[in-house]
Ligand binder design. Structure first.
Ligand code: PDD
Length: 279
């Protein structure tokens, strides 16, 4: 695999980052994951806009222009013959002597990108749905910034897997925040689509924005508000969204089957619309 590191395209074995990189020492970095279908980027503008916001919230310098970032994405797709999968992009504050304070201005940010071949359309999760287990949300207070400090969601996912689930739905003050790497939705008994409103408590998903627009265009009633895990267990259906998985139905929450235990019609329909618009 050819990866991109600070201006160079190199085989992954040859890529180097300093041990003093603040991404490595402090998780002082942000990232984006953009999906690729038929060799084309999906919703790239949305990912770049969010990257800009993450950088500015952390007062982090940008490594290059949006146009340059897009060119690197395209070059990596070409060099790796990527047709279906994702591109991971990471910007860190760069290498500096270890200190909790940000280094003085002028530190060169590090930029790393790599591709991952991944089946996105024809997946088992999409066909059969996934099982989730609720776990306490132990993450920090700025989940709206897409930082690389992912140990808390990683621990949450492991806790869910230990219970036999595929992923966690993280819960704070009784309300579901989101999945470990996706936004969470339920469909209530009267057919209303409910997902948590945007705040610092969740990541502002790019797929979420697209899917909510598509739902509204399809005349589905949408409510953006917190919901409890009990409301979710009583829901008609549920699903999650992320760039790397589009729309995935949730068929079980804490061992409770939703509906007839198969992917719900709204999740299936929104997945279809999302893929159709992305191709
Ligand atoms: N995760 N919530 C969290 C906590 C996430 O990490 C993600 C994305 C999302 C969905 O956002 P989007 O629709 O923009 O992908 C929600 C990426 C895919 C990851 O970490 O791999």
């Amino acid at each position: 695999r050819i990866v991109y590191v600070n201006g160079e395209y190199v085989p992954e074995e040859e890529a180097k980052i300093s041990v003093f990189d603040r991404g490595f020492l402090f998780a002082d970095g942000v990232y984006e994951v953009t999906s690729v279908l038929e060799g084309r980027l999906v919703d790239f503008a949305g990912h770049i806009t969010r990257l800009r916001r993450s950088l500015s919230e952390l007062e982090m310098a940008s490594p290059c222009t949006d146009e340059a970032l897009e060119a690197i994405h395209r070059e990596l797709i070409a060099r790796n013959n990527l047709t279906e999968g994702v591109i991971y992009l990471q910007v860190t504050r760069g290498a500096a002597d270890r200190d909790f304070a940000y280094p003085a201005e002028g530190t060169q940010p590090s930029l790393v990108l790599f591709t991952q071949d991944k089946t996105l359309i024809d997946t088992k999760a999409a066909r059969d749905g996934i099982k989730v287990a609720s776990v306490p949300d132990i993450r920090w207070g700025r989940r709206d910034i897409k930082t690389v400090q992912l140990l808390a969601p990683s621990m949450c996912k492991m806790a869910a897997k230990a219970q036999g689930a595929d992923d966690a739905w993280m819960v704070e003050d009784g309300f579901v925040t989101e999945g470990t790497s996706n936004n969470a939705y339920i469909v209530t008994g009267d057919g209303t689509l409910v997902t948590r409103n945007l705040s610092n408590a969740i990541l502002h998903g790019i797929t979420r924005a697209a899917v909510l627009r598509m739902a509204r265009e399809a005349q589905i009633k949408v409510e953006e508000r917190p919901f409890t895990i009990d409301e979710a267990k009583a829901a008609r259906e549920a699903f999650v969204t992320a760039a790397s998985s589009f729309v995935n139905p949730v068929v079980e929450i804490d061992g409770v089957s939703l509906g007839d235990g198969t992917p719900g019609p709204i999740a299936r329909r929104l997945r279809e619309i999302y893929i159709e618009e992305s191709l």
